[in-house]
Ligand binder design. Sequence first.
Ligand SMILES: *[C@@H]1O[C@H](CO)[C@@H](O)[C@H](O)[C@H]1NC(C)=O
Ligand SMILES: *[C@@H]1O[C@H](CO)[C@@H](O)[C@H](O)[C@H]1NC(C)=O
Ligand SMILES: *[C@@H]1O[C@H](CO)[C@@H](O)[C@H](O)[C@H]1NC(C)=O
Ligand SMILES: *[C@@H]1O[C@H](CO)[C@@H](O)[C@H](O)[C@H]1NC(C)=O
Ligand SMILES: *[C@@H]1O[C@H](CO)[C@@H](O)[C@H](O)[C@H]1NC(C)=O
Ligand SMILES: *[C@@H]1O[C@H](CO)[C@@H](O)[C@H](O)[C@H]1NC(C)=O
Ligand SMILES: *[C@@H]1O[C@H](CO)[C@@H](O)[C@H](O)[C@H]1NC(C)=O
Ligand SMILES: *[C@@H]1O[C@H](CO)[C@@H](O)[C@H](O)[C@H]1NC(C)=O
Length: 548
Amino acid sequence: MLHLGSLAYSWATLSLCYLPSSLGAATLPFLKLKGPPTLPPDASPSLNPSLASFSIETAFFEEFLGNKSFPNQLSLNLLQNLKDRTGVPAEIRIGGITADSTGWDPTQDVALFNFIDSSGTLHNTTLGPAFWQSVGLLPEGTKITLTLNLESLSYEGALSMAKAAVNGLALGQLSAFELGNEPDQYPISFTPQTYVDTWEPWAHNISLALGLRKPTFRVAATAIDPLWPYNTPGASSQLDCVSALAAGANKDHVVGSCSEHTYQYSVCDPERTAVAILPNLVNHTRLAEYLDLWQPRIISVRQQLGEDSFNIGEYNSVSCSGKDGVSNTFGQALWLLDTILYASSINVTKLYMHQGGPLALQSSTQLNHGGLSFYDMWYPVQSQNGPIQVMPSYASYLFIAETLGQSKTLRISNIFPGRQANGSSITTALGDSSAGQLVAYGFWDSAQPSSHSFPTKLALLNMQIFNQTNANPRPTTKFDISAFRRASSRTITLKRLQAPGADVTAGNLTTWAGQSFASGLAVGKMAEEKQTSSIVVVQASEAVLVFL
Ligand SMILES: *[C@@H]1O[C@H](CO)[C@@H](O)[C@H](O)[C@H]1NC(C)=O
Ligand SMILES: *[C@@H]1O[C@H](CO)[C@@H](O)[C@H](O)[C@H]1NC(C)=O
Ligand SMILES: *[C@@H]1O[C@H](CO)[C@@H](O)[C@H](O)[C@H]1NC(C)=O
Ligand SMILES: *[C@@H]1O[C@H](CO)[C@@H](O)[C@H](O)[C@H]1NC(C)=O
Ligand SMILES: *[C@@H]1O[C@H](CO)[C@@H](O)[C@H](O)[C@H]1NC(C)=O
Ligand SMILES: *[C@@H]1O[C@H](CO)[C@@H](O)[C@H](O)[C@H]1NC(C)=O
Ligand SMILES: *[C@@H]1O[C@H](CO)[C@@H](O)[C@H](O)[C@H]1NC(C)=O
Ligand SMILES: *[C@@H]1O[C@H](CO)[C@@H](O)[C@H](O)[C@H]1NC(C)=O
């Protein structure tokens, strides 16, 4: 249960002076963050060092990683940059819709074979022994979650893949098995009970057959958003982590964690395509209201499976492979940063950002066909959708990685706009006068002597859209952080996430602390600003990490 009521509204006060803006939206030029600076009662437990992880569509794994003879150096460099900052690699979930048409062939020469017919439709995928050598290219210590094929309803098939993985992966590399991708979307219409009737004996038998000593299965991997409000007819019979656990998924103690998928927007049909626009994406109110739908499930799952158990095991901004001009922009980078920080502030353990390409027949009305997805963080190979490149959103994972740093004891809380009594974000309608444009998070490090008195870092986000085509001057907001500082004489350090505008799609115009990572490696001189002033100026469409 949450008991945050009395604190919720007192954490931030707003300047009530608004300037008319040439951009149409109201600008909030000054925001004084209000204390106390002490560890908030709603703070998360220690953040997982692999908080910002990846899901790679099974059929596209070779496009991303290459193989032993032809490793994809761009992907490897980008993943290594993240590990260098936290000491722990991002986790990789190998899964997605194609996992449910993937099989194992111990005699296959190539690492991964996609059966694609003359119309370009992918029918199925087969992995062979060389696949594990591709996985072996990942930075040392990378943990793997592998989705086994449930939809084909071949227990022997799922067992053979699980066995091959246990034998083929490095010792200790397997983090979890999933059994089925998005089973709530299968044509056979699983109920929570019929899902568990199949899922549970398989998970139990595979665990026994392979001698898995600790609970290794990740339950659910479901796709459909929680119905709202929670007493809507049908809400409690949705297939999800909570209903699967209630139906007995963990009766033999095989469930180590759970996963649900989030895609806030979609281009699977024209109605939703119309809503998948940049101004909707780059809005804290909207993304927090969306993630808040999961709060009751997160609370329930953590009570049943432990603190570190609720994962967003596959996510991105726009389902059916993203939208050009939206999910490949710097606006996506701001959305991604706020999504990870907000999700972790409501106790999601890890988020696995999905990478892959459009598949035929995801829906009969989908926008995208062929190539790589417009929401991918980088293009490891050339495709019809563009050359090899790194998208602006990669820089957000660097921001997260440096926020975590080498600490394993960092706790997060959303200090602006803060929480309502029931734990949900304060929305525009309920008093966030920045209309979802300004966001602030604090980080408290339990390993520091001052752990309960002051945060060690702040993340300040200004989501107001400024496009590279907009006329200057670029609007700014001054955040007053004095309430969170130990001493006003101490020097603070700032690192910025920047681009010429939210509409920028070029990785080479996007910088983290002054450096571009468009080639996979840092280019340019690292820019750290030092100041003693408590006023931190953040431009429209910019985010700043403050080291206190
Ligand atoms: C997150 O979990 C911690 C510890 O388990 C708890 O104290 C806190 O209230 C939770 N926060 C939210 C927003 O649910
Ligand atoms: C490795 O990749 C190359 C280039 O795509 C391909 O020709 C080769 O068959 C692959 N090798 C294996 C073992 O999959
Ligand atoms: C893959 O699909 C093709 C075409 O439908 C089929 O002939 C083949 O048997 C399938 N392979 C596997 C391993 O299921
Ligand atoms: C699981 O194992 C039990 C005991 O070996 C067996 O009776 C049962 O048929 C197996 N279930 C499946 C789905 O293979
Ligand atoms: C919290 O209450 C607000 C209304 O005050 C509602 O909009 C929101 O959905 C609630 N959140 C949860 C998780 O119940
Ligand atoms: C952000 O979204 C909320 C909820 O839809 C809306 O009320 C608010 O006006 C939006 N903010 C901007 C700047 O458009
Ligand atoms: C910025 O550009 C996007 C399209 O890329 C557009 O939807 C949005 O309205 C523009 N915003 C401003 C403030 O110009
Ligand atoms: C950035 O990359 C684009 C191609 O994606 C190229 O046309 C442009 O010259 C590059 N700009 C810089 C500053 O390197």
